[in-house]
Write a protein that binds this ligand. Structure first.
Ligand code: 4AZ
Length: 265
């Protein structure tokens, strides 16, 4: 997170305890996630090696750490093995589209960890209105281009960018390999400045983490941190997988229903 604020333990346990850190067996933090059920987190497909999706033997190096602002506090109690990777069947690595996945764990993520789940957005709300205040959080880098991650969770607030502005930014012909002519309906963007007037954004290592809105009914997950050009550049908003469009995939993945999901949104 660039130009955000640090989350302390007290704030974490009341406001941000839906966050998860994805770590390797050597405690290397590489992506974020959001707890959406006692046994499931949502993350980005691009955080996961496609070779691991259907091969449990090759995803043994993914651990989910929950319940602490300090990502180094990964104990037997709050560190979970991944039982199953459910990547969106339409995930398109070349376009970073359909960049969403569900991770299933066998144990209860919430029991005795201080963590909680939050709901994902379903269609028919006005939560994605341009200019709406949203927050994004993670253990990603605080300095664009630097590989180092903070120990404590960082969070920031900015606004939903219009689809036209964001689509235009990422349709520029200087971006090699893209054929985007506008923002796909599977994406939503955020940009803006913090209280000090500094441009703020998610960045490397925040991928997979949440874009959240707060209403009188509590928090709702609107997006999954996906990609950007640079970080906190005013001309390039942060891009998120638009969770509203994936409610059928998420209903299916989180209910562990029969394998009938056909890939439609
Ligand atoms: C990344 O490299 C990344 N500003 C994630 C989010 C953003 C940029 C880069 C959005 O994982």
């Amino acid at each position: 997170i660039i130009n955000g604020v640090e989350v302390d333990d007290a704030q974490f346990s009341t406001n941000y305890n839906y966050l998860a850190s994805l770590q390797t067996s050597t405690n290397f933090h590489y992506c974020g996630g959001t707890i959406v059920s006692p046994h499931h987190i949502i993350t980005a497909s691009h955080c996961l090696e496609p070779s691991a999706w259907s091969d449990p033997s090759s995803h043994s190096d993914i651990f989910i750490v929950v319940g602490a602002a300090d990502r180094g506090l990964n104990t037997e109690v709050n560190r979970f093995k991944v039982e199953e990777i459910i990547a969106h069947p339409c995930y398109d690595a070349a376009m970073t589209n359909y960049d969403i996945a569900v991770l299933r764990v066998e144990e209860d993520l919430l029991e005795g960890t201080g963590a909680r789940s939050i709901p994902w957005a379903i269609p028919g709300t006005d939560m994605y209105a341009t200019g709406s205040k949203v927050s994004t959080s993670g253990w990603g880098t605080t300095v664009s281009g630097s590989g180092t991650a903070p120990n404590f969770l960082m969070t920031t607030e900015y606004e939903i960018t219009s689809n036209e502005v964001c689509g235009a930014a990422y349709s520029m012909p200087t971006i090699p390999g893209t054929t985007l002519t506008g923002l796909p309906e599977t994406m939503v963007c955020g940009s803006g400045t913090n209280a000090d007037g500094l441009q703020t954004d998610s960045c490397q290592g925040d991928s997979g983490g949440p874009l959240v809105t707060v209403t009188s009914e509590g928090e709702t997950l609107l997006g999954v941190t996906s990609f950007g050009i640079g970080c906190a550049l005013p001309e390039y908003p942060g891009v998120y997988a638009k969770v509203e469009m994936f409610h059928k995939f998420l209903d299916w993945a989180v209910s562990n229903g029969p394998n009938t999901f056909d890939g439609s949104d």
